[in-house]
Design a protein around this ligand. Structure first.
Ligand SMILES: NC(=O)c1ccc[n+]([C@@H]2O[C@H](COP(=O)([O-])OP(=O)(O)OC[C@H]3O[C@@H](n4cnc5c(N)ncnc54)[C@H](O)[C@@H]3O)[C@@H](O)[C@H]2O)c1
Length: 372
C-alpha cells in the first residue's frame, strides 16, 4: 500500500508515543499486541510516515541555524511519556508555528522542565510546508483551550489538501461550518477529543452501560483524572479546563437516558477542586471512577474502580487507526465528517452511539460496506 504522510501539530507527549509506537511495531513484528487493528483496510502501521511537525517550544522547533527532526523533538522536555523505542532520523523537520492561544499565561509560571518554553523564532508558512512535505493527514495535538490555533491549523489543512484529525476538545468535527468547509474541499475530518484505547472515558462508559443493561438505576457518578504531564498541568487552570469537562461529561451523559439525581462529574481531579496535576507522577494517569446505583428491591449497587495507565501511548493506540481511516476515506473520495470512526474513537463525535454499535459501524466502514 502507498505511504500515509502525516503532519503533527503539537509535538508533545501524544505525538511522542505515536512516533515511537510506529518504530516499536516495526521492530516487534513477531509479537503484535496492543493494537485494535494490525491491518486496517489493507494499511499496516509501517505505511504511516511522519513527514513534518509544527510546535512553538524552543527545544522542539528548527531555527535558521539548526534543523530539529521529529525524532529529536519527541524526546525534548517537557515531554515525559515513557520511552518505548529509539527513533532514527525521519527526515521530518519540526517548524515554528504561530503561537496564537497555544501557550496560556499560567503555564509560564512553572519550572521550564515541566512546562512549555516558547521560542521567539518567526512562524513559517504552514500551508507551504505541508505542501512541500507532501502531508496528507494532519493530526491536531494542541493543548486544551487552543481555540484560535486549532482553527488556524484546520484552515491550513484545508488549504494544503490534508485530512484533519482533531485530538483535542475544541469543536471542529462537531461544528457545522467546519463540516461544510471540509466537505466542500473534498477532505475528511474526524473528531473531536480523542477517546483513548482503554482510557478513563471508555472504561467509565463500559461500566455505565453495564448498569443500564442490567436495569440498575444510576443515581450519581464521578470520574477523576490525575497525572503529572503538561496536559494535566494546562488543565489545572479552570478556564482552560472548561472544554475538556464538556467533552468528557458529554461522552458519559450521552449514554444515560435520564437526568441524574446526584453528583455527576468527569474531568481533572475531584468535582470540587477540578485539579488533577500531580508533580512527579509523569505521564501515568490514575482515574478513579465511582457509580452509585439502585438495583432490585431498592437496594444499592455501587462501583468504585480505578484505572491506572500511561496516558499518551493509550491515545496513540487509537490514532494509528484514525490515520488509516482518514486515508481510506481519501482513497474512496469521501469528504466531510467520517461518522463511524469518529463515534468509536472520540469523546465528542457528531453522532453519539453506544460503543458496540460504533465499533460495528467502524468495521463496516473499513470493509467498504458503509460510506462513512
Ligand atoms: N491520552 C491522552 O493523552 C489524550 C487523550 C485525549 C485527548 N488528548 C489531548 O491531546 C492533546 C495533546 O496532548 P499531549 O499530552 O500530547 O499534550 P502536550 O502538552 O504534551 O503537547 C502539546 C504540544 O503543543 C505545542 N504547542 C503549543 N502551542 C502550539 C502552537 N500554537 N502551534 C504548535 N504547537 C503548539 C506544545 O509546545 C506541546 O509540544 C491535548 O489537547 C490533550 O488534552 C490527550
Amino acid at each position: 500500500m502507498p505511504d500515509i504522510n502525516i503532519a503533527i501539530v503539537g509535538v508533545g507527549n501524544c505525538a511522542s508515543s505515536l512516533v515511537q509506537g510506529l518504530k516499536y511495531y516495526k521492530d516487534n513484528k513477531k509479537e503484535v499486541i496492543g493494537l485494535i487493528h494490525e491491518n486496517l483496510g489493507g494499511y499496516k502501521l509501517s505505511d504511516i510516515k511522519a513527514v513534518v511537525g509544527f510546535d512553538v517550544d524552543k527545544r522542539k522547533v528548527s531555527t535558521k541555524q539548526k534543523t530539529i527532526d521529529i525524532s529529536e523533538a519527541i524526546f525534548a522536555a517537557p515531554n515525559n511519556s515513557r520511552k518505548i523505542s529509539d527513533v532514527p532520523n525521519l527526515n521530518a523537520s519540526v517548524y515554528m508555528g504561530p503561537k496564537l492561544d497555544g501557550v496560556p499565561e499560567h503555564m509560564l509560571k512553572h519550572p521550564k522542565d515541566k512546562t512549555f518554553d516558547p521560542s521567539d523564532e518567526e512562524a513559517v508558512d504552514v500551508v507551504e510546508k505541508l505542501k512541500e512535505h507532501k502531508a496528507e493527514v494532519m493530526i491536531n495535538y494542541l493543548p486544551v483551550g487552543s481555540q484560535k490555533a486549532t482553527e488556524f491549523y484546520a484552515d491550513c489543512a484545508i488549504k494544503a489538501g490534508c485530512a484533519f484529525i482533531n485530538c483535542m476538545p475544541t469543536l471542529i468535527a462537531c461544528e457545522e461550518s467546519w463540516q461544510k468547509r471540509f466537505e466542500e474541499a473534498g477532505l475528511p475530518v474526524l473528531g473531536d477529543d480523542i477517546k483513548s484505547q482503554l482510557g478513563a472515558t471508555y472504561t467509565h462508559r463500559a461500566l455505565i452501560q453495564a448498569f443500564l443493561d442490567r436495569g440498575v438505576k444510576i443515581i450519581s457518578t464521578t470520574q477523576g483524572n490525575y497525572a503529572g504531564n503538561t496536559d494535566l498541568l494546562n488543565l489545572s487552570d479552570k478556564q482552560r479546563n472548561v472544554s475538556k469537562i464538556v467533552t468528557k461529561k458529554s461522552s458519559i451523559k450521552s449514554l444515560i437516558p435520564y437526568e441524574l439525581e446526584g453528583q455527576f462529574y468527569a474531568g481533572p481531579g475531584d468535582p470540587e477542586k477540578q485539579y488533577g496535576y500531580v508533580d512527579g507522577k509523569g505521564d501515568e494517569k490514575t482515574a478513579p471512577i465511582k457509580i452509585h446505583g439502585i438495583g432490585f428491591g431498592g437496594v444499592r449497587v455501587d462501583v468504585d474502580a480505578t484505572l491506572t495507565v500511561d496516558d499518551s501511548p493509550n491515545s496513540a493506540g487509537v490514532i494509528i487507526d484514525l490515520v488509516r481511516c482518514a486515508k481510506l476515506a481519501m482513497d474512496r473520495k469521501i469528504a466531510g465528517v467520517i461518522e463511524s470512526p469518529s463515534s468509536f474513537f472520540f469523546k465528542c463525535p457528531p453522532v453519539k452511539l453506544k460503543d458496540l454499535e460504533a465499533k460495528k459501524r467502524t468495521e463496516e466502514f473499513i470493509e467498504g460496506n458503509r460510506e462513512r
